[in-house]
Design a protein around this ligand. Structure first.
Ligand SMILES: [Zn+2]
Length: 254
């Protein structure tokens, strides 16, 4: 009886040990998977980006976002530690302050990836241009994107032509003074989409004529400037062709 009892106890202990070991093993596997998932993203250094590869990365990120396959890279505590002493964004995104247009979300990027400039109507004054120059010259960004969007309220306000007050007036005036918008109104009338594209073109022109920093970087092939349009109805970013846009909207600026 005593022997049987001992054997029974021994089997129970053995079973418990096996259960414990299998639990530890599954825990270790889970931790490994979790770490692999978190740290799967790229290991590129910003220096490895060209205007072309930077553009491809943004396009791929928007594809993932559209397909519901966002990876949400670089949003961990580890990324905070990695970037605490320096930042090396690979692209600058100049876009509207509209709450529906969030670059890190629509391009599926994270901390330290994008240098973002946002104003209503993605308008750029000297202050914004200075920020962009800093991102290109000191932080090494390879691409500047001018990202307009459908249903832009700033462009609508300009087209509506109603009375504005405060500093909003300056936004409307800035749009009205753009040569590209004047051309659109002359040839296409009050067409919202055309005016949005005209405004994007204006931004591209400003960047391409930004002396001396951006002009020199573009001349050396180190910097690209790309017009884009974000569709707030679909989440899709459309990469626009500058030459086609200029032709379409009778832009005289290049
Ligand atoms: Zn807008």
């Amino acid at each position: 009886m005593a022997c049987n009892s001992f054997l029974k106890t021994s089997r129970v202990t053995q079973k418990r040990t096996l259960t414990y070991l299998s639990l530890v093993a599954s825990l270790l596997v889970s931790i490994f998977i979790l770490f692999s998932a978190c740290e799967a993203p790229h290991h590129e250094t910003p220096e490895s980006f060209t205007p072309t590869t930077a553009l491809a990365r943004l396009v791929e990120g928007n594809q993932r976002f559209l397909q519901g396959k966002s990876r949400h890279p670089h949003q961990t505590h580890q990324r905070i530690l990695e970037t605490q002493d320096h930042q090396r964004p690979f692209a600058v995104v100049v876009t509207c302050s509209d709450s529906r247009v969030s670059p890190e979300i629509i391009f599926d990027e994270g901390l330290g990836d994008l240098f973002v400039i946002r104003t209503a109507g993605n308008l750029m004054s000297d202050l914004e241009l200075g920020s962009i120059e800093y991102a290109v010259e000191h932080l090494g960004a390879s691409l500047v994107v001018v990202l307009g969007h459908t249903e832009c309220g700033a462009v609508k306000a300009f087209l509506d032509g109603g009375k504005t007050c405060g500093h909003i007036t300056q936004i409307v005036e800035a749009l009205a003074n753009e040569q590209e918008e004047q051309q659109v109104l002359r040839y296409e009338g009050k067409d919202l989409r055309a005016c949005i594209e005209g405004n994007i073109l204006h931004g591209v022109t400003q960047l391409e004529h930004d002396e001396p920093i951006l002009v020199e970087q573009i001349r050396q092939g180190k910097l690209g400037v790309t017009p884009m349009l974000y569709d707030i109805h679909t989440g899709r970013v459309l990469v626009l062709k500058e030459s086609e846009l200029r032709k379409k909207h009778h832009s005289l600026s290049n």
